[in-house]
Design a protein around this ligand. Sequence first.
Ligand code: ADP
Ligand code: MG
Length: 702
Amino acid sequence: MARPELLTPLFRSLRSLKGVGPQLSVLFKKFFATQKEQEAIALDVLMHMPSQIIDRRAQVSIANAYFNSIVTLKLHIDRHQPPPKNRTNIPHRVFCHDESGEISLVFFRSHGNWVERSLPVGEVRFVSGEIAFFNGEKQITHPDYIVAPENFDDLPLVEPIYPLTHGLSSKALRKIIVQIVSTLPSLPEWIEKNRLEQFNWPKFDDAMRAVHTPKNLQEAEINSPSRMRLAYDEYLAGQLTLQIIRSSMVKEKGISRQFSGTITTKLQAALPFILTDGQQNAIKEIFGDLQNKDKMSRLLQGDVGSGKTIVALMAMAAIAESSAQSTLMAPTDLLANQHYKTLKPLCDKVGLNIVLLTGKQKIADKRAALESIKNGSSNIIIGTHALFQSDVEFNNLGLTIIDEQHRFGVYQRLALSEKGKNADLLVMSATPIPRSLVLTHFGDMAVSILKEKPAGRRPIKTAALPIGKYDNVINRLKAQINEGAQAFWVCPLVEESEHLDLISAEDRFLALKKIFGTQVALVHGRMKADEKQQIMQDFQTGITKILVATTVIEVGVDVPDATIMIIEHAERFGLAQLHQLRGRVGRSDKDSAALLLYKSPLSETAKARLDIICKTEDGFEIAQKDLELRGQGDILGTRQSGMPGYRLVVPDIHRHLLEFAHVDAKNIMAQNPYLSGEQGEAIRTLLYLFRRDLAIPLIRAG
Ligand code: ADP
Ligand code: MG
């Protein structure tokens, strides 16, 4: 499907525009290019939104022009005072007046006689710029605009100001934008009539004109109908893309599962605790989905320690009752092993056959596992992404569960669900994802949330300390260990780095060993799987008391007796990561503590971030703050997954529009799945505009 002819002017190279030479075009390429190796095109500039607006409409007299205000003055040019020869630090001054008073215009390092030419003595000029004072006199240094009365229209009275890059001037950019906007084609409308009328939105091209060449302040404001419409457009393009990808992947129907309840009832009775309300609710929702004939696509969100694993097990038990298999997929071998170990005793009790499949298994174990997966004797398969290699053949896969979703990219996830075409999908995330992110990244996934933590949990006392207090920390740790406590000690690096001035896990391990002897152990990602396994086991059984680790323990590892979490160089970790790490303690009824050691001095942001972790244990609040401080990419690791950032949307202002875009995209795809006819053509135009045309080949042929 070729790009609509109408859009050709927007896809032309910037070099075809007036004022763009080779130098500027290299700069534009660096600044705008969404895809590497590609030249910047007119569309890239069109999508570049102003970050503020300057109002030059205040045409006041000199007497009424206040300090710091931006004004436009009508001046009579009286006299030039160029700097003495070779005194480049002295400016060129131009003295002017109007009927109310006097002002001077100041130019540093002006070349040639440019100043004389633009401000001829005895004539009148409109001059726009910011009023300053120097020695008690009013002046404007480097006015933004100087125009003769007959060219008054060249003066942008309401001027959008754009984010710039070194070497790109506001004026150069403006010239280009004005050209692009003036040749903007009129595009077919893709927004439903009702939606347009509801908000009184202008057409796309009118909205772009209003934003880039506003006639008044209201037109250009970030919450103007124009900006709202454009933000909605961007959301809509994103939502449509998700819908298209989804419907192309999930063509198959699910299977309506019937279960007897025999295993799940036994299982519930075998648990050493009572399920929380949240867990019961989530299980009910999941069972509902499994019984339904549509394929399940559900996200189970629950903070670290909220007990997602049991919910997963209940779902897998139900699937086993309907004679199908389930897989639980973890992001690391360590976690897969851990899941296997915790679930195995429960499964044995209720007669479920559970197997483990990882990349690092012994050949014989792996062969046995593969065989039982193929012949259907295993009900539950725990593994890593090794599960989705081609040599794995499921007998009858009914349910795929992905744990700790944020480690997997969105597209990876889509590829995974290929393996079990009819299998229901449950994704579990410990990172609480705000609704807006769920929508932008997962489309219409249903969501279950585990809000409360299992009963008996105590809050984790969290404090931040500079590493200078190391001796105090050691003394307190000694006392606690003597009383039987266990501690994690996390460092960001495995070994010493030449480039970063950070203490490594290895160094910290050696230092602590001098004090605590064989009570300390070290685990990191570069160790062999069975070595890691042994060390974790020693720690779990209490043989070792302090576990120095890199972030391999970040997700999922469960050692209920560990009550102390020390994180060194906490300033280097992301908020979500700190929260995850802290969640490794506080898993029993004992008091727990987390200590964030940082290297002074801290930047303001770093301080703010550690503060948040100390103040709250609410994962949602932390996720929100993380979003504000770091942008959305990091929460889901979306940088790897190739989701482009927003260009027109400013989430703080426009977030509420996402819900509308979501609903509308769903309706459009339901009513017109082949995107045919006039509406389909308009939608395709939208997708091209927002560079989502990769999704277009996925649209089903009508
Ligand atoms: P996460 O949501 O982080 O994956 P887990 O499923 O690993 O959490 O559960 C954390 C711990 O809480 C485990 O030791 C688990 O046995 C325990 N747990 C789970 N549900 C409950 C409950 N309802 N009551 C008490 N403890 C529970
Ligand atoms: Mg877990």
